[in-house]
Design a binder for this molecule. Structure first.
Ligand code: HEM
Length: 401
């Protein structure tokens, strides 16, 4: 292993100029040191895996544990030996993971999600009505990108949207990379307490929602989830369900404002356009963490059991071998779905179909209804989320008319 002082840091700063390019110089790394050691903010060294095919191989490898997959590597205050909570779907391995995943996967099939498209469309339209009823300016994050995925996930799970101020703040703390251990714990405890109350209520008064079904399917199958499992799983779904998509809607809008020549493809072929936006933006910006439980080769490197690996999704998604001219947004790519923005393998994103429907509806309807949408401030004044697991823009002041 490289001497500690020589180990470079995990790339975190984005190059000046294009806010959509990933941190660090991944293009050079993919050429010269595709799997190399980095020092992570959490203090440990990890293999940074940058090539598309190696990233897929790591994520498909069943000997790789996901126990750090809440991205502990990017939080300087993380506890690397923290026990995995029962129900933490993203961190569980093997049979423990399948037991939890199979409870929710049926809720997110293409058919189930397509059945929600009409509801998503109505939400998008009503938010556009409200936005356009005001005189010519809005913050697209606050008025559009954040409320839509929040409302959708609340409706699906059965979480009262009126409680959003509680869970949005706590969820923001959980995805921030610079919260202290105490702040994280407090956010986690508050959100868990809120969800425990909700599950207790649903045990008594079941409704037609995912949380109620999680309780009652478990009972009828003879393998009910414990309250702790329900709460932790509920928390994962709630946080994952709105942070990622909200950032994609806002950042996707910004990209389209900067590429007016490509906007007509969003209207004519939204599926294709959304896949390319997912690849190009790769909002899960610090990669996903794995822990080797066996010796394994990654490309030309030998990784030992007990070592950490970071699968850099954003680098893989720009790998020229798969995506010629990968640094450019191009809605006419062949096989636009080969990207790994939703991960790969056993933990591949459970909510990907839902995210696709939300992005397709939000972006097409926004640009159809507001063809003259424009930034209301100079682009240089926008602030980006450099210190959260999911990249995005903090506010997006827009104008029209
Ligand atoms: C554009 C939006 C989204 C992006 C980019 C995204 C990205 C990802 C990625 C990269 C992973 C894999 C993590 C790993 O392998 O360690 C993942 C897993 C997951 N995502 Fe998403 N996600 C999005 C939307 C959603 C939505 C809407 C939900 C809804 C509930 C969701 C729920 C989950 C869950 C529960 C997992 C863990 C699955 C498992 O471990 O088996 N995500 N997501």
């Amino acid at each position: 292993m490289t001497a500690a002082s020589e180990t470079p840091a995990l790339p975190a700063a984005r190059p000046a100029g294009c806010p959509f390019d990933p941190p660090g110089n991944y293009a050079t790394l993919r050429e010269t040191a595709p799997t190399s050691h980095v020092r992570c903010p959490a203090g440990m060294d990890a293999w940074l895996v940058t090539r598309y095919r190696d990233v897929r191989a790591v994520l498909a490898d069943r000997t790789m544990s996901s126990r750090g997959a809440s991205s502990v590597h990017v939080n300087p205050n993380a506890d690397l030996d923290e026990e995995v909570s029962p129900g933490s779907i993203i961190q569980l391995d093997g049979a423990d993971h399948s037991r939890i995943r199979k409870r929710v996967i049926a809720e997110f099939t293409v058919r189930r999600v397509e059945a929600m498209r009409g509801y998503v469309r109505e939400l998008v339209e009503s938010h556009l009505d409200a936005m356009l009823a005001r005189p010519g300016e809005a913050d697209l994050v606050r008025d559009f990108a954040l409320p839509i995925p929040s409302l959708v996930i609340c409706e699906l799970l059965g979480v009262p949207y009126a409680d959003r101020s509680r869970f949005q703040r706590q969820s923001g703390m959980l995805v921030s990379t610079d919260t202290t251990r105490e702040e994280r714990q407090q956010a986690y405890d508050e959100l868990s307490g809120f969800l425990a109350g909700l599950f207790t209520d649903k045990q008594r008064n079941p409704r037609d929602d995912l949380f109620s079904r999680l309780i009652y399917r478990g009972v009828s199958s003879g393998d009910p989830l414990t309250m702790e499992e329900l709460v932790v799983l509920g928390l994962s779904l709630l946080v994952a369900g709105h942070e990622t998509t909200a950032n994609m809607i806002a950042l996707g809008t910004l990209v389209l404002l900067e590429h007016p020549d490509q906007r007509d493809v969003v209207l004519s072929a939204p599926e294709r356009a959304v896949e390319e936006l997912l690849r190009y933006l790769s909002v899960v910006q610090f990669g996903v963490l794995r822990y080797a439980t066996a010796d394994v080769r990654v490309g030309t490197r030998s990784v030992k059991a007990g070592e950490w690996l970071v699968a850099a999704l954003n680098s893989a998604n720009r790998d020229e071998e798969l995506f010629p001219g990968g640094g450019k947004l191009d809605f006419h790519r062949e096989s636009p779905r080969t990207h790994v923005a939703f991960g790969f393998g056993a933990h591949q994103c459970i909510g990907q179909q839902l995210a696709r429907v939300e992005l397709q509806e939000a972006l097409t309807r926004l640009f159809r209804r507001v063809p003259d949408l424009r930034l209301a401030v100079p682009r240089e004044s926008l602030a980006y989320k450099h210190n959260t697991l999911v990249y995005g823009v903090r506010e997006l002041p827009v104008a029209w008319g």
